[in-house]
Design a protein around this ligand. Structure first.
Ligand code: HEC
Ligand code: HEC
Ligand code: HEC
Length: 158
Protein backbone atom coordinates (compact mmCIF):
# COMPACT_ATOMS: atom_id res chain seq x y z
CA UNK A 1 0.00 0.00 0.00
CA UNK A 2 1.27 3.50 -0.74
CA UNK A 3 1.62 5.73 2.25
CA UNK A 4 1.53 9.48 2.65
CA UNK A 5 4.01 11.30 4.88
CA UNK A 6 2.37 13.50 7.52
CA UNK A 7 4.47 15.38 10.12
CA UNK A 8 6.44 12.38 11.29
CA UNK A 9 3.37 10.22 10.93
CA UNK A 10 2.23 8.12 8.02
CA UNK A 11 -1.50 7.76 7.65
CA UNK A 12 -2.42 4.62 5.78
CA UNK A 13 -6.16 4.13 5.69
CA UNK A 14 -6.78 7.47 7.36
CA UNK A 15 -6.66 9.81 4.41
CA UNK A 16 -9.35 7.95 2.54
CA UNK A 17 -11.78 7.71 5.45
CA UNK A 18 -11.36 11.34 6.48
CA UNK A 19 -13.45 13.07 3.85
CA UNK A 20 -16.62 11.37 5.01
CA UNK A 21 -15.80 11.24 8.71
CA UNK A 22 -15.28 14.89 9.59
CA UNK A 23 -16.69 15.65 13.02
CA UNK A 24 -18.42 19.01 13.02
CA UNK A 25 -17.41 21.19 15.94
CA UNK A 26 -19.10 24.43 16.99
CA UNK A 27 -20.07 26.30 13.87
CA UNK A 28 -18.16 25.58 10.73
CA UNK A 29 -14.98 24.08 12.17
CA UNK A 30 -14.43 20.46 11.26
CA UNK A 31 -12.01 17.85 12.50
CA UNK A 32 -10.74 15.08 10.31
CA UNK A 33 -10.27 11.92 12.41
CA UNK A 34 -7.82 9.36 11.02
CA UNK A 35 -9.32 5.87 11.12
CA UNK A 36 -7.51 2.55 11.03
CA UNK A 37 -3.73 2.43 11.41
CA UNK A 38 -1.47 5.43 11.97
CA UNK A 39 2.19 4.55 11.50
CA UNK A 40 4.13 6.38 14.22
CA UNK A 41 7.71 7.30 13.35
CA UNK A 42 10.36 9.54 14.90
CA UNK A 43 10.83 13.07 13.54
CA UNK A 44 13.10 13.39 10.47
CA UNK A 45 16.02 14.59 12.63
CA UNK A 46 16.21 11.20 14.39
CA UNK A 47 17.80 8.10 12.94
CA UNK A 48 15.40 5.36 14.02
CA UNK A 49 16.86 2.51 16.08
CA UNK A 50 13.60 0.61 16.08
CA UNK A 51 10.96 -0.13 13.48
CA UNK A 52 7.97 2.20 13.14
CA UNK A 53 4.92 1.50 15.30
CA UNK A 54 1.66 0.46 13.66
CA UNK A 55 -0.82 2.18 15.91
CA UNK A 56 -4.44 1.12 15.56
CA UNK A 57 -6.00 4.50 16.22
CA UNK A 58 -9.70 3.67 15.90
CA UNK A 59 -9.34 0.46 17.89
CA UNK A 60 -8.37 2.71 20.80
CA UNK A 61 -11.67 4.56 20.64
CA UNK A 62 -12.83 2.26 23.47
CA UNK A 63 -10.89 4.81 25.53
CA UNK A 64 -11.76 8.50 25.83
CA UNK A 65 -10.13 10.72 23.19
CA UNK A 66 -8.50 12.80 25.90
CA UNK A 67 -6.88 9.76 27.51
CA UNK A 68 -4.28 10.52 24.82
CA UNK A 69 -5.19 13.98 23.49
CA UNK A 70 -4.90 15.28 27.02
CA UNK A 71 -4.85 19.02 26.27
CA UNK A 72 -7.95 18.86 24.11
CA UNK A 73 -10.71 21.13 25.40
CA UNK A 74 -13.43 19.59 23.22
CA UNK A 75 -13.96 22.65 21.03
CA UNK A 76 -10.87 23.01 18.83
CA UNK A 77 -9.62 20.43 16.32
CA UNK A 78 -7.12 17.97 17.82
CA UNK A 79 -3.51 18.53 16.75
CA UNK A 80 -0.55 16.11 16.57
CA UNK A 81 1.55 15.07 19.58
CA UNK A 82 4.71 16.76 18.28
CA UNK A 83 3.08 20.18 17.81
CA UNK A 84 5.38 23.07 18.86
CA UNK A 85 5.34 23.52 22.64
CA UNK A 86 4.05 19.96 23.16
CA UNK A 87 6.25 16.88 22.65
CA UNK A 88 8.46 18.70 20.17
CA UNK A 89 12.00 17.72 21.26
CA UNK A 90 13.97 14.95 19.55
CA UNK A 91 16.33 14.36 22.52
CA UNK A 92 16.17 14.61 26.30
CA UNK A 93 16.51 18.29 27.27
CA UNK A 94 19.63 19.29 29.28
CA UNK A 95 20.00 22.16 31.71
CA UNK A 96 22.01 25.09 30.31
CA UNK A 97 24.40 25.44 33.24
CA UNK A 98 25.13 21.75 33.67
CA UNK A 99 24.78 18.62 31.60
CA UNK A 100 22.07 17.34 33.90
CA UNK A 101 18.77 16.26 32.37
CA UNK A 102 16.11 18.93 32.76
CA UNK A 103 13.44 16.78 34.41
CA UNK A 104 10.79 19.51 34.27
CA UNK A 105 11.01 19.62 30.48
CA UNK A 106 11.57 15.89 29.89
CA UNK A 107 7.91 15.45 28.88
CA UNK A 108 8.73 17.40 25.71
CA UNK A 109 10.98 14.58 24.46
CA UNK A 110 8.58 12.88 22.04
CA UNK A 111 9.84 9.38 22.89
CA UNK A 112 9.21 9.86 26.61
CA UNK A 113 5.72 11.10 25.86
CA UNK A 114 4.84 8.12 23.67
CA UNK A 115 6.39 5.52 25.97
CA UNK A 116 4.84 7.16 29.02
CA UNK A 117 1.31 7.18 27.61
CA UNK A 118 1.31 4.02 25.50
CA UNK A 119 3.22 1.64 27.78
CA UNK A 120 1.83 3.40 30.86
CA UNK A 121 -1.78 2.66 30.01
CA UNK A 122 -1.12 -0.92 28.87
CA UNK A 123 0.83 -1.63 32.11
CA UNK A 124 -1.78 -0.10 34.39
CA UNK A 125 -4.54 -2.03 32.65
CA UNK A 126 -2.56 -5.28 32.96
CA UNK A 127 -2.17 -4.72 36.70
CA UNK A 128 -5.85 -3.90 37.12
CA UNK A 129 -6.88 -6.98 35.15
CA UNK A 130 -4.53 -9.18 37.19
CA UNK A 131 -6.05 -7.76 40.35
CA UNK A 132 -9.55 -8.47 39.06
CA UNK A 133 -8.53 -12.02 38.23
CA UNK A 134 -7.17 -12.67 41.72
CA UNK A 135 -10.04 -11.08 43.62
CA UNK A 136 -12.67 -12.41 41.23
CA UNK A 137 -14.49 -9.13 41.75
CA UNK A 138 -15.90 -7.34 38.76
CA UNK A 139 -15.51 -10.28 36.42
CA UNK A 140 -18.40 -10.91 34.12
CA UNK A 141 -17.27 -13.47 31.61
CA UNK A 142 -14.07 -12.73 29.66
CA UNK A 143 -11.28 -10.57 31.04
CA UNK A 144 -10.78 -7.33 29.13
CA UNK A 145 -7.86 -7.13 26.68
CA UNK A 146 -5.03 -4.64 26.87
CA UNK A 147 -2.13 -3.59 24.68
CA UNK A 148 1.51 -4.75 24.50
CA UNK A 149 4.29 -3.73 26.90
CA UNK A 150 7.23 -5.57 25.26
CA UNK A 151 9.52 -3.76 22.79
CA UNK A 152 9.12 -6.03 19.78
CA UNK A 153 5.35 -6.18 20.11
CA UNK A 154 5.24 -2.47 19.22
CA UNK A 155 8.51 -2.28 17.23
CA UNK A 156 8.49 -5.57 15.30
CA UNK A 157 11.85 -6.99 14.14
CA UNK A 158 12.46 -5.85 10.56
C1 HEC B 1 -4.71 5.66 22.75
C2 HEC B 1 -4.43 7.01 22.33
C3 HEC B 1 -5.42 7.75 21.48
C4 HEC B 1 -6.79 7.82 21.63
C5 HEC B 1 -7.66 7.18 22.69
C6 HEC B 1 -7.25 8.68 20.57
N1 HEC B 1 -6.20 9.11 19.81
FE1 HEC B 1 -6.29 10.38 18.22
N2 HEC B 1 -4.30 10.11 17.89
C7 HEC B 1 -3.45 9.40 18.69
C8 HEC B 1 -2.12 9.45 18.13
C9 HEC B 1 -0.87 8.82 18.72
C10 HEC B 1 -2.20 10.22 16.95
C11 HEC B 1 -1.06 10.60 15.99
C12 HEC B 1 -0.46 11.82 16.60
C13 HEC B 1 0.38 12.68 15.73
O1 HEC B 1 0.06 12.80 14.54
O2 HEC B 1 1.33 13.28 16.24
C14 HEC B 1 -3.59 10.65 16.84
C15 HEC B 1 -4.08 11.48 15.85
C16 HEC B 1 -5.33 12.05 15.86
C17 HEC B 1 -5.77 13.10 14.97
C18 HEC B 1 -4.91 13.77 13.89
C19 HEC B 1 -4.13 14.89 14.55
C20 HEC B 1 -3.21 15.60 13.60
O3 HEC B 1 -2.02 15.28 13.59
O4 HEC B 1 -3.71 16.45 12.86
C21 HEC B 1 -7.05 13.39 15.28
C22 HEC B 1 -7.94 14.44 14.65
C23 HEC B 1 -7.45 12.50 16.37
N3 HEC B 1 -6.36 11.71 16.70
C24 HEC B 1 -8.70 12.45 16.94
C25 HEC B 1 -9.08 11.56 17.93
C26 HEC B 1 -10.44 11.42 18.44
C27 HEC B 1 -11.63 12.25 17.98
C28 HEC B 1 -10.41 10.45 19.40
C29 HEC B 1 -11.55 9.89 20.23
C30 HEC B 1 -12.65 9.34 19.47
C31 HEC B 1 -9.03 9.98 19.49
N4 HEC B 1 -8.27 10.66 18.58
C32 HEC B 1 -8.59 9.02 20.37
C33 HEC B 1 -3.78 8.74 19.85
C34 HEC B 1 -5.06 8.56 20.33
C1 HEC C 1 -5.73 4.74 27.80
C2 HEC C 1 -5.18 3.42 27.55
C3 HEC C 1 -4.33 3.20 26.30
C4 HEC C 1 -3.39 4.04 25.76
C5 HEC C 1 -2.98 5.42 26.22
C6 HEC C 1 -2.81 3.32 24.65
N1 HEC C 1 -3.38 2.08 24.53
FE1 HEC C 1 -2.87 0.65 23.14
N2 HEC C 1 -4.35 -0.54 23.82
C7 HEC C 1 -5.23 -0.22 24.83
C8 HEC C 1 -6.27 -1.26 24.91
C9 HEC C 1 -7.44 -1.28 25.88
C10 HEC C 1 -5.96 -2.20 23.90
C11 HEC C 1 -6.74 -3.47 23.55
C12 HEC C 1 -7.73 -3.09 22.48
C13 HEC C 1 -8.47 -4.26 21.92
O1 HEC C 1 -8.23 -5.38 22.29
O2 HEC C 1 -9.31 -4.00 21.05
C14 HEC C 1 -4.74 -1.71 23.24
C15 HEC C 1 -4.11 -2.40 22.21
C16 HEC C 1 -2.95 -1.96 21.58
C17 HEC C 1 -2.23 -2.71 20.58
C18 HEC C 1 -2.58 -4.11 20.09
C19 HEC C 1 -3.63 -4.02 19.02
C20 HEC C 1 -3.88 -5.38 18.44
O3 HEC C 1 -3.66 -5.54 17.24
O4 HEC C 1 -4.23 -6.30 19.19
C21 HEC C 1 -1.17 -1.94 20.18
C22 HEC C 1 -0.09 -2.29 19.15
C23 HEC C 1 -1.24 -0.70 20.92
N3 HEC C 1 -2.32 -0.77 21.78
C24 HEC C 1 -0.36 0.34 20.77
C25 HEC C 1 -0.48 1.55 21.44
C26 HEC C 1 0.36 2.73 21.18
C27 HEC C 1 1.47 2.80 20.16
C28 HEC C 1 -0.08 3.70 22.03
C29 HEC C 1 0.42 5.12 22.18
C30 HEC C 1 0.36 5.96 20.99
C31 HEC C 1 -1.17 3.14 22.83
N4 HEC C 1 -1.38 1.86 22.44
C32 HEC C 1 -1.83 3.83 23.84
C33 HEC C 1 -5.17 0.86 25.67
C34 HEC C 1 -4.33 1.97 25.51
C1 HEC D 1 3.08 0.27 23.39
C2 HEC D 1 4.01 0.43 22.31
C3 HEC D 1 5.50 0.55 22.59
C4 HEC D 1 6.28 -0.29 23.35
C5 HEC D 1 5.87 -1.49 24.17
C6 HEC D 1 7.64 0.20 23.20
N1 HEC D 1 7.67 1.30 22.38
FE1 HEC D 1 9.31 2.34 21.76
N2 HEC D 1 8.14 3.72 20.85
C7 HEC D 1 6.78 3.62 20.72
C8 HEC D 1 6.30 4.78 19.98
C9 HEC D 1 4.85 5.06 19.63
C10 HEC D 1 7.43 5.56 19.67
C11 HEC D 1 7.43 6.90 18.90
C12 HEC D 1 7.44 6.61 17.41
C13 HEC D 1 8.80 6.20 16.95
O1 HEC D 1 9.76 6.95 17.21
O2 HEC D 1 8.94 5.11 16.33
C14 HEC D 1 8.59 4.86 20.21
C15 HEC D 1 9.91 5.28 20.09
C16 HEC D 1 11.00 4.53 20.45
C17 HEC D 1 12.39 4.90 20.19
C18 HEC D 1 12.87 6.17 19.51
C19 HEC D 1 12.82 6.02 18.01
C20 HEC D 1 13.87 5.10 17.46
O3 HEC D 1 13.47 4.16 16.73
O4 HEC D 1 15.09 5.28 17.70
C21 HEC D 1 13.18 3.89 20.68
C22 HEC D 1 14.69 3.81 20.65
C23 HEC D 1 12.28 2.91 21.29
N3 HEC D 1 10.96 3.34 21.13
C24 HEC D 1 12.70 1.76 21.91
C25 HEC D 1 11.86 0.90 22.63
C26 HEC D 1 12.33 -0.19 23.49
C27 HEC D 1 13.80 -0.56 23.70
C28 HEC D 1 11.23 -0.77 24.04
C29 HEC D 1 11.15 -1.89 25.07
C30 HEC D 1 11.79 -1.61 26.33
C31 HEC D 1 10.06 -0.06 23.51
N4 HEC D 1 10.49 0.94 22.67
C32 HEC D 1 8.74 -0.39 23.79
C33 HEC D 1 5.97 2.61 21.19
C34 HEC D 1 6.37 1.57 21.99
Amino acid sequence: MRSQSYVGVVLLIGIIACASLGIAIAGDEEMCVPMGIITLEPPDSVEAKRSAVEFQHSRHFVKACNACHHTWEFTEPITGCMTAGCHDLDTLPRKEDSKAIDKDQAFRFYKNAYHGKCIGCHKTMKQEIQQMATTLAGIDGKLPTTGPTGCIECHPKE
